[in-house]
Write a protein that binds this ligand. Structure first.
Ligand code: GUN
Ligand code: ZN
Length: 425
């Protein structure tokens, strides 16, 4: 058993903040054994087991619901919007993932980068190559991180070297599901890139995979960019709208996560809600590619569960702090508010719920997997100054949301094991 003494912050299932200024967190066999005030629980701990993080705040690890691991080297590519950005930068880079050694090296870098930023779980696009998915899951297994990943299915409108073929994409995805879904902490997502790069036949196969394995995930992109929507409707002229393309092939459901959703019609919100499908809001990506301003209020009013995500490499940061900060600014431009409590709820338990993983991760309920981060409240001179002048917790949290980044992550724990320590610690 290991016991941590610290300020401890998480959220209950209704999104209410729980804060222990001087708390004890008990971890046994990688899971939360107990949590409470120091004074109430100190008699259960023996002195030598206590690790002292009283200078810090312990929080559940962040969760990223949409990110591309082969796009580490695409980040910060100049000048284009979505379709040109894909053709000029992204597709050529993803071609190199045919080489398993490039895939493995990048997967290592990527997971390390997540941990440096306090992200402990993610829903991840691989490339079209089956071996790139194997490489990712192997690396994730070696860190014991809970990850969801899938082989990209794409059989048109991309370079030949990056296209599969409809039946082949089914066979390879099927083999990957059998090999990796629910193996330890690894989970599988059926991953048609988006409607533009799949033939109707391939989307049919994606639907077949979901029917045959109902507990795997579905991840794709939806309504990110106006030219993308126009092209999609040219390719699928019989469908009512963009979402209806995916709906027609049976791709909606409570384990289906649609990234972006910047330009949805009323009927698309309604259908997402009806099918309990989920949205990934990707603020830094939407701003970087000039895609548009996501409307959080609309998605909430329609009762569509909305998560937050980095979308690296169109997204410009692995940090959920940075992501929440840009989310705040997008809400401002829409005349909406996003307070820090709600933002940090989204990045932790809210995202866990969106991924149907809230029975396992997302807060410190007894029995949950112990993925958590130790925050450095004095990671920069400015944050130190803000921290010292903060009158209450909300002010402090909002300062972190606006100003913190990877430097504020002092340590990251996976299943109770410290897997990242900041160099200066
Ligand atoms: N739509 C289809 N593929 C992609 C991708 O790789 N990134 C983003 N942001 N949008 C996409
Ligand atoms: Zn994406």
């Amino acid at each position: 058993m290991q016991v941590y003494r610290s300020s401890i912050l998480d959220f209950d299932t209704d999104g209410a903040l729980r804060y222990l200024p001087d708390g004890l967190l008990f971890i046994e066999n990688g899971k939360v054994k107990n949590l409470g005030h120091f004074d109430d629980l100190i008699h259960q701990a023996s002195e030598q087991n206590i690790i002292d993080y009283r200078q810090n705040i312990i929080m559940p690890g962040f969760i990223d619901t949409h990110v591309h691991y082969p796009q580490v080297d695409v980040i910060a590519s100049y000048g284009e919007q979505l379709l040109d950005w894909l053709n000029q930068y992204t597709f050529p880079t993803e071609e190199s993932f045919k080489d398993p050694s490039i895939a493995e090296e990048t997967a290592h870098f990527f997971i390390n980068e997540l941990l440096r930023n306090g992200t402990t779980s993610a829903l991840v696009f691989a490339s079209v190559h089956k071996t790139a998915v194997d490489a990712f899951f192997k690396v994730s297994e070696s860190y014991n991180t809970r990850m969801i990943c899938g082989k990209v299915m794409m059989d048109r409108n991309a370079p030949d070297a990056l296209c599969d073929e409809a039946e082949q994409s089914y066979i390879e995805s099927k083999a990957l599901i059998e090999q990796w879904h629910d193996k330890g902490r690894q989970l599988y997502a059926v991953t048609p890139r988006f409607a533009i790069t799949s033939t109707p036949e391939q989307l049919e196969y994606a639907g077949k995979l979901l029917k045959e394995s109902p507990d795997v995930y579905l991840q794709t992109h939806l309504s990110e960019n106006k030219d993308e929507i126009r092209f999609t409707m040219e390719l699928y002229p019989d469908r009512e709208n963009y979402l209806d393309v995916y709906d027609h092939y049976g791709l909606l459901g409570k384990k289906s996560i649609f990234a972006h959703c910047v330009h949805l019609q009323e009927s698309e919100y309604k259908r997402l809600a009806q099918t309990q499908s989920k949205i990934s809001f990707c603020p830094t990506s939407n701003l970087f590619l000039g895609s548009g301003l996501f409307d959080l209020q609309q998605s909430e009013q329609h009762d569509v569960a909305t998560s937050v995500a980095t979308d690296v490499g169109a997204g410009t940061s692995f940090s959920l702090f940075r992501t929440l900060s840009e989310a705040y600014k997008i809400c401002q431009l829409n005349g909406q508010k996003l307070d820090a409590r709600k933002a940090f709820y989204m990045a932790t338990l809210g995202n866990a719920k969106a991924l149907s993983l809230d029975h396992l991760i997302g807060n410190f309920d007894v029995g949950k997997e112990a993925d958590f981060i130790v925050l450095d409240l004095e990671s920069t001179p400015l944050l130190t100054r803000k921290y010292k002048k903060s009158d209450d917790l909300d002010e402090l949290l909002f300062s972190l949301m606006m100003l913190a980044d990877d430097r504020a992550i002092s340590r990251t724990y996976i299943m109770g094991e410290c897997r990242y320590t900041k160099e200066s610690e």
